[in-house]
Design a protein around this ligand. Structure first.
Ligand SMILES: *Cc1c(COP(=O)(O)O)cnc(C)c1O
Length: 377
């Protein structure tokens, strides 16, 4: 009997040259958290982002957010405004620093941080004599957030922005690469992202001095001395030269990966948009999404679950949209400014299989299941 293979939401997709770079690391014995692949990977990202920024390769995107908060001097007692509709890794480093996350809901047309709600939140925090120390905005699912509006609010109140671009490498906003739109940006190369090093991340800074400081903190904060001397608390957050080799190979196929994921979106949209109870997240003018994941919004929790369970029964992985941070048990006591958008998306939204390695047959199989789900019309 022909057995069907499992279809994953977003699985790693190697290009071919990754092994060559990894072999080089072995052949030259650069099996360390520094070496030619780390430098080469950083240069490749820097070039891809237009050569205007500086890039530090790190062990994870979460580590990059943590270091960004350190570089902005976020500490105990500070408040940080963070997009609520995101993965927990956007917010956790705020707590690592002993600071307090304050959650901001999304706008309907990008699903990302609502600029009006951000401004209302800042005014309210100021009324409580608390000036927020930083803003963390997220390009969720690869869709850029409304950067001009967010930056305008941030500038008006003189609050730095950390751009969580973990899901948005390859996306652009008004022609500018995501990751370069704020005071600091972060990327992730976790196994499910658009390109992967199995695990890894990067911090994007405006100056070489900021990058140097990030690398200093990421390599245990060693002072310049022949012995081990420390005048600051450091971390072990640098990327390994072995996995950086995977990253160099992946950068060579990044544009192909973006094209493939955008193609998935186009196929889903073409085949499903006649259905009244399914809508898609469209690109506003000037927004270009890498379509990391194709997401649909249905008309109800029941419709969403009917599709998800039908796919699961055929061994196809799909997943509800991110559960907003202000509804997470671990953040239940955090102050939040909400408008219902993210809770509605969580209730009715579903991420469809979106890997760049999906075959036409895979897409056909997925669409066949969705289209025969009862009550879709
Ligand atoms: C994946 C992800 C992160 C964390 O990156 P890691 O490399 O997994 O630590 C942060 N923010 C968002 C929005 C993510 O999707």
């Amino acid at each position: 009997m022909l057995t069907k293979t499992r279809i994953y939401l977003s699985s790693p997709h190697m290009g071919g040259t990754e092994r060559q770079y990894v072999n080089e690391a072995f052949d030259t014995n650069w099996i360390a958290p520094l070496g030619p692949n780390v430098n080469g990977f950083e240069d490749a990202i820097k070039g891809y982002l237009g050569n205007t920024k500086h890039v530090a390769a790190l062990s994870a995107g979460t580590a990059a957010i943590h270091l960004a908060l350190q570089l902005l001097d976020v500490g105990a007692g500070d408040e940080v405004l963070c997009q609520s509709f995101t993965f927990s890794a956007s917010a956790n480093p705020i707590v690592y620093q002993g600071a307090t996350p304050i959650f901001i809901d999304s706008e309907a047309d990008t699903w990302n941080m609502c600029p009006a709600l951000l401004e209302a939140a800042i005014k309210d925090r100021l009324a409580h004599n608390k000036k927020p120390k930083a803003i963390i905005a997220v390009h969720l699912y690869g869709m850029p957030y409304n950067a001009d509006a967010i930056n305008a609010v941030a500038k008006a109140y003189d609050i730095p922005v950390i751009e969580d671009s973990a899901e948005a490498l390859g996306s652009t906003y008004k022609g500018q690469p995501c990751g370069t739109l704020a005071d600091m940006g972060i990327l992730s190369f976790n196994g499910n992202k658009i390109i992967t090093t199995s695990g890894g991340g990067a911090l994007i800074t405006n100056t070489q001095a900021m990058k140097d400081k990030a690398v200093f903190l990421a390599t245990q904060a060693r002072d310049d001395a022949p012995h081990y001397q420390h005048s600051a608390i450091g971390y072990n957050y640098r990327m390994s030269n072995v996995v950086a080799g995977i990253g160099r190979g992946q950068m060579e196929v990044l544009d192909d990966r973006v094209a493939a994921r955008r193609h998935n979106y186009d196929v889903y949209k073409h085949q499903l948009s006649h259905l009244e109870n399914i809508t898609f997240l469209e690109e506003p003018a000037g927004f270009f999404s890498n379509r990391w994941l194709t997401c649909i919004k249905t008309d109800s929790f029941e419709t969403r679950e009917a599709i998800r369970l039908a796919l699961l029964a055929d061994d196809i992985e799909s997943r509800p949209l991110w559960k907003p941070m202000h509804t997470q048990p671990v953040f239940k006591d955090c102050v939040h400014y909400t408008n219902g958008v993210s809770e509605d998306l969580f209730e009715k939204g579903l991420c469809l299989p979106s890997g760049s390695n999906l075959t036409p047959n895979d897409l056909e199989r997925i669409l066949h299941i969705i289209l025969k789900t009862p009550n879709l019309s």
